[in-house]
Design a protein around this ligand. Structure first.
Ligand code: SF4
Ligand code: SF4
Length: 488
């Protein structure tokens, strides 16, 4: 019996060493200097432990009473620790309800897109009818907004953080953002059936069961490039009450009421590449944001068109045309949980995603919201709040705003910082422990993190040790380095 235990012990230590080695390699892949040093120390420690164990076997230590007792105690402690790390604890009762678990009042008002900082900065020009109307109704924003306008361009100068060297990156960012712009016309976001199909399909709805429609749409979205797809029953609260962010010249749409026309939302998430986020807040992060906004528009518009071709109504929601709020829809579609920084955190990519959606009246089968431990993790972590350069992320508890229980990001100061540096910053996204690359050890850590509170506390501490409480930004990818592009 003791010999079997000795062999299992040796195998266990060897497996531990392999995991340690894989973590060391993962840190190299991630180009995390501090983590490489910490992981190498950890691996050397594991190697020495394994070596000592082999020496003990050779010297017959485990044939003695003291050796057997030591082995048994180590076995019991290890088994107990492993059990505590692996066991699945009770689900978070709020989180498994999706956004319904966050609503604390019956009189929650729908959000008005005109009040968002993007709509105010982008669409309210002094001297226009919209400017007068909006500030007459919302004087609380006027002083702040006018002060921002007085400083110059309200949206900031693109790429200013990397000037004079970042202009090529700005050009790339703008190239990506042109696609959602092209795809924001009414006939693209609320498509009619394709002309050649009109006769056969448009007059009657295609007979398809909700199960088949859900499977087909998910498969189609994935083949178009979506990394995650989920379906939610559309809560009318997450449909904006009025349009406010108008990107083309059709300002007559500004202030139009948005009807709640649909019952379902198909939500798509696209992964933002780890390497591109690593140098945030520098310009590559904005290229990556825009690249994925473009991808989201490409997917949403085609899925909306597919639904229209089946004879149902659909609206594509993407970077240049929103009728609904994306994060609550994604929570209800089971793609992840709401975090301290206000982004959705997915199990697969953390907050490194961009979202788009299609709302529709085509009957579908909704997915269930998920509990992956984000709320608990955010309560202990606070890394984004500590690292946010504008102090926009709260480091305290959630509060109730408009009847919704959540951490309240200060969108005004966050946006002002974007204007100052000329990118969408993403420092919070970069430092979040859920954002690590999808390597084997990080997948393993996530698999444990979602299971129980002890794992979350352990891995939160380990993240501080390996990556630092305030992780340093990485160099930008070589092809996007800050070389002067205009030779004098
Ligand atoms: S950095 Fe920490 S506190 Fe912030 S969102 Fe990520 S897990 Fe939550
Ligand atoms: S994007 Fe930047 S400024 Fe805005 S909340 Fe995140 S870290 Fe703060």
């Amino acid at each position: 019996m003791i010999h079997i235990l000795i062999i299992i012990g040796a195998i266990g230590l060897a497996v531990q060493m392999v995991i340690g080695l894989s973590f060391f390699i993962s840190c190299i892949i991630e180009k995390e200097k501090r983590a490489v040093i910490a992981a190498s120390i950890q691996f050397i420690g594991m190697f020495i432990l394994f070596g000592l164990y082999l020496i003990f076997i050779q010297e017959g230590f485990f044939d003695t009473t003291a050796g057997r007792t030591t082995l048994l105690v180590v076995y019991i402690i290890t088994a107990l620790f492993a059990f505590l790390l692996i066991r699945k604890t009770k689900a978070n009762t709020k989180t498994i309800l999706g956004t319904k678990g966050l609503i604390t009042a019956d009189d929650v008002k729908r959000f008005d897109e005109r009040e968002t900082v993007f709509a105010r900065a982008g669409n309210l020009r002094p001297g226009t009818k919209q400017y007068e109307m909006f500030y007459a109704e919302h004087p609380e924003y006027k002083e702040f907004d006018d002060a921002r306008r007085a400083k110059g361009v309200p949206m900031g100068h693109a790429g200013s953080i990397d000037q004079p060297y970042g202009n090529v990156n700005v050009a790339m960012m703008m190239a990506c953002s042109s696609l959602p712009f092209y795809l924001s016309d009414k006939e693209k976001v609320q498509p009619a059936p394709h002309l050649s199909l009109e006769k056969e399909l448009a007059k009657q709805k295609v007979a398809i069961t909700p199960e088949e429609a859900s499977e087909r749409i998910k498969g189609f979205a994935k083949i178009l490039g979506a990394d995650l797809v989920g379906i939610a029953e559309l809560n009318p609260l997450w449909v904006y009450s009025h349009r406010g962010r108008i990107v083309k010249d059709n300002m007559e749409d500004w202030g139009k009421e948005i009807p709640v026309a649909h019952r379902y939302a198909v939500v798509f998430a696209e992964e933002m590449k780890f390497d591109m986020i690593g140098s945030a807040p520098h310009t590559p992060t904005s290229i990556e944001s825009m690249r994925n906004y473009a991808k989201g528009a490409f997917i949403a518009v085609q899925v909306a068109s597919l639904v229209a071709n089946l004879g149902y109504s659909a609206t594509a929601n993407h970077f240049r045309y929103y009728e609904s709020l994306m994060v609550p829809l994604a929570v209800d579609a089971g793609l992840g949980e709401l975090s301290r920084m206000g982004y959705l955190i997915t199990r697969e990519f953390g907050p490194r995603i961009r979202l788009s959606a299609v709302t529709t009246d085509l009957p579908l089968i909704p997915d269930k919201p998920v509990d992956i431990g984000v709320e608990d993790f955010c309560c202990i972590c606070k890394k984004c709040a500590m690292c946010c350069p504008s102090g926009s992320i709260p480091d305290g508890d959630q509060v109730v705003v408009n009847g919704i229980y959540r951490w309240k990001l200060n969108a005004e100061t966050c946006f002002a910082y974007w204007g100052k540096i000329g990118t969408d910053c993403n420092v919070c996204m970069r430092v979040c422990p859920w954002s690590h690359a999808q390597t084997f050890p990080h997948r393993l850590i996530k698999a444990l993190t979602v299971r129980n509170a002890l794992s979350r506390r352990l891995f939160n501490k380990m993240d501080d040790i390996f990556y630092g409480k305030k992780p340093a930004g990485k160099n930008v990818p070589k092809w996007a380095t800050y070389k002067p592009w205009i030779q004098s």
